[in-house]
Write a protein that binds this ligand. Sequence first.
Ligand code: XMP
Length: 507
Amino acid sequence: MSGLVLVLDFGGQYKELIARSVRSLSVYSEIRNGNISADEVKRLSPIGIILTGGPNSLRLPDSPMCDPAIFSLGIPVLGICYGMQLMCHMLGGTVQSGGRGEYGTVCAALDNGSALFGGIPAESAVLMSHSDRVSKLPDGFINTGSTADCPVAACENTRDRLYGVQFHPETGHTAHGRAILKNFLYDVCGAAGDYKLSGYINTQIERIRQKVGGNEVLLALSGGVDSSVCAALLSKAIPGQLTCIFVDHGFMRQNEGDEIENAFSRGGLRFIRVNAGERFIGKLKGVTEPEQKRKLIGAEFIRVFEEEAGKLGEIPFLAQGTIYPDIVESGGGHNATIKSHHNVGGLPEVLKFAELIEPLSGLFKDEVRALGKKLKLPAAIVNRQPFPGPGLAIRVIGEVTADKLEVLRKADAIFREELSGMRRKPDQYFAVLTDTRAVGVKGDGRTYDPVIAVRAVTTDDFMTCEYAPLPHDLLKRVSSRITSEIAAVSRVVYDITSKPPATVEWE
Ligand code: XMP
């Protein structure tokens, strides 16, 4: 890919945001570990390098470093937050800790004689989040920005094309952040701006055709955005050669199984729906522990898929809707296992197919959705909110039964319907059937029925989230509809916990 910009990760929560922002400016970007060697960078031959921020401090012995040789490759570098401090530190400047930190949006004076700040007002809002600061610049650098609490908020060495900003241009909280990134990409790195999604589609179609030839391809279709877009792309690339197996485990939301069937039974591919609901419920009988539920569902999913695939004879290729963040996130390996997320990731090892095809593996989620739109998938599928692999089984707290699933399905459908009119919807919203019962009064009689919890969150990456402050009149409508339309529900509560300390799902 020509015109690559490398985003070197130092543990900042914004690495994906930086890489996505670069792509949205029509420049191709990839994320790599901050300790990549200068030789490897040279081999990749990027037009620019961005060093991300990170939670570390240079005063600590184990803080991540980069190969110092990357600063003398003649490739433009933009260091952001920790990235700027690291660059200054490695080139002979001084980073000081202690003192008052700066957190939140503050006013910065930026020198618009700098290529980085061309066309930007002399004073504007920037997002700061740091306690350490650069107190002495390396030789050859000049100071190009400051705030009341941070004398070096930006710096540069134009001869070597090295730039630094203490603030975060990648977030919407920095008023002219996008323009600053654009200046770096186009005016400093000389980007051609030729990265387009339509180009990606054509390249992938060509690659798929070359790789697959006249052979058959098998795909496990969950109906989620990634596997659906993957199916649509493959059926365009190799019409008539794709078979999709949709294992309906019975834990889908209201009408979802039929929606998936309708969208994919229209030619271009062979669609097989396996209605395995009873089989899955049977496996979960008496099981209440969330991790055990997940593992049983994951294992059963593979078993059902394997059985169905076995009926088809040998199919030499297996396609997966792996997307770029799946790859970036699995590269880290330092995270504690909070939940063993089940998806179809275990299939390749079990099925031992000759080859794996992952045509979306270079794309971010928003790009996958845009691709789905270009491929004319229904909006209901392209805009689908994330849905966990084990589905409603982990939203029925405790043992799962067909009756409980039915109650939850109805409550969830009401909640989603009521939110469907919102202009800016939360990033994920759903109902949970708790295992608590509460006393109520309906008509003249006492009731003692289960409690439904509703949850709605806003988030950038699902690693953290805030609960969404839904309007009270909406919550009131949801509560009154759920308790009157579903006989077996006594009350509705709204979950107002953020992540951390809670997780998005209840189980
Ligand atoms: P948590 O609950 O871990 O959820 O904060 C973060 C995001 O992941 C989804 N999630 C899952 N996805 N299999 C999946 O494929 C799972 O077992 C699973 N558990 C949670 C969750 O819906 C949210 O978007």
